[in-house]
Design a binder for this molecule. Structure first.
Ligand code: NAD
Length: 461
């Protein structure tokens, strides 16, 4: 794949939009939520009647192959269109979603037998799902959602973030083509061509939508919860990381820089603030600076605050930008390869700690001891129960923080992205549902349990 410049990007997107609006059989874009739901309903019925589990797996394999082929292109398109993140990191995120999102194999039936006969539980589709997706992981979320939802026998209509609609239209179309080429129905995936908050709400309220799945900030979570439908909500977070005096500081310093700068910190689970026991704070900062962070001091932090915060909220102009670009804008020239701007602040009440910045600016608080650090981390996380991490070799301390944080993801001695399955064990997901409790969503989350009871027969003993 060659690099796309801006002109080529617009050309690709406009060709996609025109072609798919031209009524081809795998058309994926709809102007109207009602038309999109009708098409998705027909696709779901076709999937249920004509395609078994093996066929679904063939479709999912085709989607994985398509996503691997397209990873570099869509990463580049996403950065150009949204202005967020780093192409090289987005490629890794897309490949992670393609390789480690579970398919239909995760849907295991359950069987109980006894004196009265047999009981079988199976996972069944909901039907048509409305999925609202973010600009921060646009194609990764679509891919994880699509694989899990189709594995569960559903179809899905996406209402994507308006600032990522071009790359999402391109990707949904390519995935749909892959499904059709693998023998699947058209329109298993579809998308609102001009997504807005109004179209998201219309989709969520649609009478034939059986499940709502949203990934984003507090506004969309609230809207989904008020939709009157069963909702699975991946909401915001503000993940803290604690480093205590027993930690391997070389590993901790390097891993925090890698994690907190991954895709310029726009992933919801990326490290957003550090609490370090005072005895080892200078040494940890030293390692972080050796590994690609630049420390901001005194007035530089005050100037950075003015730049990236707007009346106490994150200034969106700087979300997902490179550290060197942000530094330049507040008047400091740093090496273009700088990954992270490290800011030591006086307490957990500093606005950099309290605000989900979604950029490579990492506040660092010196804590008197590990217990205080855990308490500060708990306060900074603000009850989202999303993600937290710790570097320590003291199993009592690790256990204490894991229990106290009560999060969907807790990472010990590794970058937080390991909790998404990247250089870590376990499956991947880009919809981490903390408010509604599913955690890293899979096909299991997108299916309903159905029980069949048979009296007295089909036992072999
Ligand atoms: P966002 O909330 O601005 O937008 C997400 C989606 O929701 C978009 O499609 C948007 O159009 C829609 N939306 C926003 N407000 C809405 C409303 N009131 N009604 C209906 N739809 C609405 O978020 P973003 O900037 O795209 O992504 C960043 C945010 O998402 C961060 O807060 C991040 O933590 C969170 N996030 C969470 C997860 C997770 O899995 N938990 C994953 C990615 C992002």
């Amino acid at each position: 794949m060659h690099g796309l410049n801006e002109q080529e990007l617009h050309y690709v997107v406009s060709r996609v939009v025109n072609r798919i609006k031209g009524g081809q059989s795998s058309a994926a874009l709809f102007d109207d939520p009602d038309m999109a739901v009708n098409a998705a309903q027909a696709a779901h019925e076709q999937l249920t009647k004509q395609h078994g589990l093996q066929a679904r797996t063939r479709m999912i394999d085709a989607m994985r192959a398509c996503a691997r082929d397209e990873a570099a292109r869509v990463s580049q398109m996403a950065v150009l269109e949204t202005g967020l993140g780093r192409v090289e990191d987005k490629i890794l995120k897309n490949l992670l979603a393609a390789d480690k999102t579970p398919g239909a194999e995760i849907l295991k039936p359950n069987c109980v037998t006894g004196d009265f006969g047999l009981m079988l539980t199976e996972r069944a589709a909901f039907g048509v799902i409305a999925a609202v997706t973010p600009c921060t992981n646009p194609t990764e979320t679509i891919l994880c959602n699509a694989i899990g939802m189709i594995a569960g026998g559903n179809s899905v209509v996406f209402n994507v973030h308006p600032s990522a609609k071009g790359v999402c239209a391109y990707f949904v179309t390519r995935l749909n083509e892959a499904i059709v080429a693998a023998g699947g129905p058209a329109h298993l995936l579809s998308m609102i061509a001009e997504p807005t908050i109004a179209s998201a709400n219309a989709l969520m309220a649609h009478e034939r939508v059986r499940l709502v799945v949203v990934t984003g900030g507090p506004g969309v979570v609230k809207a989904a919860m008020q939709s009157g439908k069963r909702a699975i909500c991946g909401g915001p977070g503000n993940p803290p990381v604690v480093v205590d005096e027993t930690a391997d500081l070389s590993k901790a310093g390097e891993s925090i820089v890698k994690g907190a700068s991954f895709d310029n910190n726009i992933i919801c689970s990326d490290e957003k603030e550090v609490f370090c026991v005072a005895d080892v704070a200078d040494r940890l900062k030293q390692v972080m600076v050796q590994k690609g962070a630049v420390e901001m001091r005194g007035q530089e932090i005050a100037r950075l605050e003015k730049l990236v915060l707007d009346s106490g909220h994150t200034n969106k102009d700087w979300v997902g930008k490179n550290a060197s670009v942000i530094a330049q804008a507040m008047g400091k020239t740093v090496d273009a390869g700088t990954r992270l701007l490290l800011c030591e602040v006086d307490s957990e009440d500093h606005p950099f700690v309290k605000t989900e910045l979604l950029m490579p600016v990492l506040p660092f608080v010196r804590s008197p001891d590990v217990d205080t650090a855990i308490k500060q981390a708990k306060k900074a996380e603000q009850g989202y129960r999303h993600t937290a991490g710790m570097y320590s070799t003291n199993i009592d301390a690790l256990h204490k923080m894991a229990v106290a944080m009560d999060c969907s993801i807790f990472v010990k001695n590794a970058p937080h992205y390991s909790g998404l399955g990247f250089e870590g064990e376990g499956h991947a997901s880009f919809t981490i549902a903390s408010p509604t409790g599913e955690g890293l969503t899979t096909a299991l989350s997108f299916t309903r349990e159905r029980r069949c009871t048979l009296k007295d027969h089909f036992r072999v003993v």
